[in-house]
Design a protein around this ligand. Structure first.
Ligand code: NAI
Ligand code: ENO
Length: 368
């Protein structure tokens, strides 16, 4: 990135605030805008930048449009009319539709680089933002034939400054790809989670990590996702048809096997085994885990009894040991008397923290 660039972020939700925090960390001057005053105020409070309305000075180097897909082109047209920045990019989860909308609205396509970071969370809003959200994650840039190479270079630098790996993809190809790896899986996750809506308590009491993994993204904002799916309807429908066909076949085979004799049942179930095997193969093709827990942090797991004040005591013990906790998550099944707190700390502090916690009576598994 050029030395201390001036960047405007419009839309200070999860993604916009995360971009802003990441760029601030790299020395950029960040100016923020949002149609929702509370989101803007929280992003400012989180240290993501200063409010654009209160700023003075010339146009920014880049404006990042982090608004819902259906709003991208309109916001782009307005920003370009104001001469807000030299170059523009967006982060919407679909690409062909915003580009078509931008053409229709007569936007300047030369200075606009359509983009999409493949990193996110199941939560919305600035409070869920993280400066390290994009570390090691793919960030698709989808230049059109009209895109100015200098704009592409500037936006590439911005994505890399956020720690992401840039992939150049045609917008239509992008939309088909994300239907397969993001939008289709999202609907499947929601469909699995929807089965739990009326589930008896006993089923929920028995929920383990598998169902949590499969349904994590089902906790996302439905309004945002209806917008994403609307803008990528046909490619997503194709993925869902294919998944539905596999599921229908599996259900038919299971029914047939339950009423067949053991030999026939074995042959029928081999078909279900084929699907599970194809699942193994497909899963193994996903490139190694990028991002997630930053490579710089180590995880210390602590078994915690489910009683009031336990986490506070752990934090106090960490503080006494001079260890800063970078992040914390808790794994626990409701109703069980214990859970596991996962504390992210700098690798050099992990052993100190583990020792301090063991000394005070907590069970801390040996670090890997
Ligand atoms: N949620 C995720 O995990 C990911 C989302 N995206 C894309 O990022 C974009 C933003 O999504 P999130 O940050 O998750 O949503 P969010 O709901 O957390 O934030 C969106 C923000 O945009 C603001 N906004 C809406 N219309 C506006 C307008 N016309 N002018 C100014 N501000 C406006 C809203 O007030 C809100 O603060 C979407 O296009 C989404 O497809 C991309 C990657 C991951
Ligand atoms: O939560 C996750 O793991 C995601 O994969 C989130 C996500 C949501 C929307 C995108 O366009 C990209 C990524």
């Amino acid at each position: 990135m050029t030395q201390n660039p001036r960047v405007v972020v419009i839309g200070t939700g999860l993604i916009g605030t995360s971009v802003a925090l990441a760029l601030r960390g790299q020395g950029a001057e960040v100016l923020l805008a949002d149609s929702d005053a509370a989101s803007l105020a929280m992003a400012v409070e989180l240290g993501a930048g200063t409010a654009l309305a209160e700023s003075s000075g010339g146009p920014a180097d880049i404006a990042v449009l982090a608004v819902p897909p259906a709003s991208v082109a309109r916001v782009l047209a307005e920003a370009q009319k104001e001469g807000m920045a030299r170059y523009y990019t967006d982060v919407a989860s679909v690409k062909a539709r915003p580009v078509m909308d931008a053409i229709e609205l007569g936007c300047d396509l030369a200075g606009y680089v359509p983009g999409h970071p493949l990193a996110g969370r199941e939560r919305s809003g600035p409070a869920a933002a993280r400066a390290d959200l994009f570390l090691g994650r793919p960030w698709a840039l989808c230049p059109t034939p009209a895109t100015d190479p200098a704009a592409l270079e500037a936006v590439t630098e911005l994505a890399r400054a956020c720690g992401a790996e840039v992939h150049l993809v045609d917008p239509i190809e992008h939309d088909k790809a994300v239907a397969l790896v993001s939008h289709g899986p999202h609907v499947v996750s929601a469909a699995v989670a929807a089965r739990l809506e009326q589930a008896p308590d006993v089923a929920l009491d028995l929920a383990g990590t598998g169902v949590r993994d499969v349904t994590r993204i089902a906790a996302s904002d439905p309004a945002l996702w209806v917008g994403i799916l609307t803008a990528n309807a046909e490619p997503v429908a194709e993925v869902l048809d294919a998944v539905a066909a596999d599921l229908a076949l599996a259900a038919a085979m299971l029914r047939a096997s339950s009423s067949a004799g053991p030999d026939v049942a074995e042959v029928i179930m081999a078909k279900v085994g084929d699907l599970l095997g194809r699942g193994n193969t497909g899963r193994a093709r996903i490139p190694g885990k990028h991002g997630g827990t930053p490579v710089t942090d180590a995880l210390v797991q602590v078994v915690i009894p489910d009683r009031p004040g336990e986490l506070a005591r752990i934090f106090e013990a960490a503080g006494d040991a001079g260890v800063n906790i970078e992040d914390v998550s808790i794994e626990h099944s409701p109703g069980l008397p214990v859970g596991v707190a996962e504390l992210s700390v700098k690798p050099e502090a992990a052993e100190t923290l583990a020792l301090a916690l063991r000394e005070r009576g907590w069970s801390v598994p040996v670090l890997p």
